[in-house]
Write a protein that binds this ligand. Structure first.
Ligand SMILES: O=C(O)[C@@H](CO)OP(=O)(O)O
Ligand SMILES: [Mn+2]
Ligand SMILES: [Mn+2]
Length: 529
């Protein structure tokens, strides 16, 4: 018979020898060092094709990482599926595309695209937007608007103008007497529209005002908005306040009105769910925000973001249908499991973990605990809720109720995204400190502890080049690094297999092996002998 397992995902903690701006390598982290020297350990792949992304140049992210961890398989992910659908033209044969075009045409309305304007390939890709703009002209649409969320989190911190200029060039080349496209509104992704896991619905409400109602500070162009805000407040892209593009009389150039169609061109779900609920459930008794305009529109997402909620109802590309997940398998075996994180990553260990499903497989066998996240810039408090998460984990271990427990510590990632090197080091150190408590609890109650990560981020906090004053340029995005994988207090004789081809999708089989079960046929092999 096997042993109960505790699995820790240190979000955004990659493992590499490269020391430039490496807040993991330079952190004081005796626990992680112990795990990665004295216990069976290795590093595994967490980016590129190993997690279902189009190429090995694609950095990992939480969605694909937790999908792979939770299902033990490699699925082609949104980024890849949308590329293929656009290349083959299948996207334009989808019912949702046809209906979006038809609805706007029949009502003499506009077609709107809302989404993250970058080629980060985590939530979206500007190339997908550009392809659809070209097609919208072929379809004979007359009025098209783009609502551009600025990134600076999956791409360099202040790269927004590069994408805005690229888009404006395309728009200029398309516009003529019969076709008029324009950027209508926008703002930083961490300020409007792209909240996740209901951490701060106010962000979505702000986005609604900006995109739908044209209610926000007005500028003559997206470029003017970005340059002005940067000058006034030194904002980086992800935190840039919302803006509305208006004509010379001050009228917004593209509010969302009755008879319009709206396409959200993000393919990733977590930050697309709330705005999709706002559109899909409006006029159906949805009260996320009061006193707002609620136009009658046709709304479609790039993908369906939640397979349980069937949200949104209309979507352009079939999402990966992730089957045979570890949670489902463990429920079949009658295993009690426990999952915990704070709000910012709670959906990662539940919804992403279970293949983008928001519901449990079994209410009886699965317990989920969410610690509310603070709504503050995380470099101001880099320890975040690591202590509270650990309290819950230790309590759950001591209860003896669960054979499989998992948690996510967001620090390496959420603090890493701020670009603050010192704070990120403290974030990693906070996680390390908490690992001691988990190690002690696992020793005391005889659980096996597996420590790994979903992708890199904090391991690479400096971009290429330097600032004019010679200081290093902060890097806010994920990295391509491999991630640590260590097994503490494993069953007698636990030994890693040889080879460096293992990735996140090999973890599920490793967990069930320690629990004492055979892996199901669909999963990749275990990392231990
Ligand atoms: O914050 C996010 O949305 C992404 C980066 O775009 O990070 P993660 O994949 O770690 O959730
Ligand atoms: Mn992550
Ligand atoms: Mn991240």
């Amino acid at each position: 018979m096997g042993k109960p397992v505790v699995l820790v995902v240190m979000d955004g903690v990659g493992w590499t020898e490269k020391d430039h701006g490496n807040a993991v390598l330079h952190a004081y982290k005796p626990q992680i060092d112990e795990l990665m020297t004295k216990w069976p350990h290795t590093t595994i792949k967490a980016s590129g094709v190993a997690v279902g992304l189009p190429t090995d140049k694609d950095m990992g992210n939480s969605e694909v990482g937790h999908n792979a961890l939770g299902c033990g398989q490699i699925y082609s992910q949104g980024a890849k599926l949308v590329n293929e659908s656009i290349e083959s033209g299948k996207i334009y044969e989808s019912q949702a595309w046809k209906d979006a075009v038809k609805y706007a045409k029949e009502h003499d309305g506009k077609l709107h695209f809302i989404g993250l304007l970058s080629d980060g390939n985590v939530h979206s890709n500007i190339n997908h937007l550009i392809a659809m703009l070209k097609e919208s002209k072929k379809e004979g649409l007359k009025q098209v608007r783009v609502h551009a969320l600025l990134d600076g989190r999956d791409v360099p911190e202040t790269s927004a103008l590069q994408y805005v200029d690229q888009l404006e060039d395309v728009i200029k080349s398309l516009n003529d007497d019969n076709y008029h496209c324009a950027i209508a509104s926008g703002g930083g992704r961490m300020v409007i529209t792209m909240d996740r896991y209901e951490a701060d619905w106010g962000m979505v409400e702000k986005g609604w005002h900006i995109h739908v109602m044209g209610d926000g500070r007005k500028f003559s162009s997206a470029r003017e908005a970005i340059e002005t805000y940067r000058k006034e407040g030194g904002y980086t892209d992800q935190y840039l306040p919302g803006f509305v593009v208006a004509d010379k009389d001050g009228n917004p150039v593209g509010t969302i009105d009755d008879g319009d169609s709206v396409i959200l061109f993000n393919f990733r779900g977590d930050r697309a769910v709330e705005i999709s609920k706002a559109f899909d459930y409006m006029n159906k008794g949805f009260n996320a925000f009061d006193e707002v305009k609620k136009p009658k529109v046709y709304y479609a997402g790039m993908l369906q973001y939640d397979g349980d909620l069937k949200l949104p109802e209309h979507f352009l590309v079939e999402p990966p249908h992730i089957e045979h997940t570890m949670s489902e398998y463990l429920v079949q075996k009658g295993v009690h499991s426990f999952a915990c994180s704070e709000t910012q990553k709670f959906g990662h260990v539940t919804y992403f973990w279970n293949g983008n499903r928001s519901e449990k497989f079994s209410d009886e066998l699965e317990d989920w605990v969410e610690i509310p996240s603070d709504i503050i810039p995380f470099d101001k408090k880099p320890w975040m809720k690591a202590c509270e998460i650990t309290d819950k984990m230790v309590e759950a271990i001591a209860s003896g109720k669960y054979q499989f427990l998992r948690c996510n510590y967001p620090n390496g990632d959420m603090v890493g995204h701020t670009g603050n090197y010192e704070a990120t080091m403290i974030g990693v150190e906070s996680v390390d400190l908490m690992l001691r408590r988990l190690m002690d609890a696992c020793k005391k109650y005889d659980y096996t502890l597996i420590v790994t990560a979903d992708h890199g981020n904090s391991d690479e906090m400096y971009d290429k080049g330097t600032n004019p004053d010679g200081s290093p340029k902060p890097k806010t995005s994920h990295s391509l690094a491999r991630v640590p994988f260590a097994i503490y207090n494993g069953p007698e004789g636990t030994e890693m297999k040889e080879g460096d081809d293992f990735g996140l999708a090999n973890v599920a089989a490793t967990v069930v092996k320690i629990l004492g079960y055979e892996k199901p046929e669909w999963w990749l092999e275990s990392i231990i002998k």
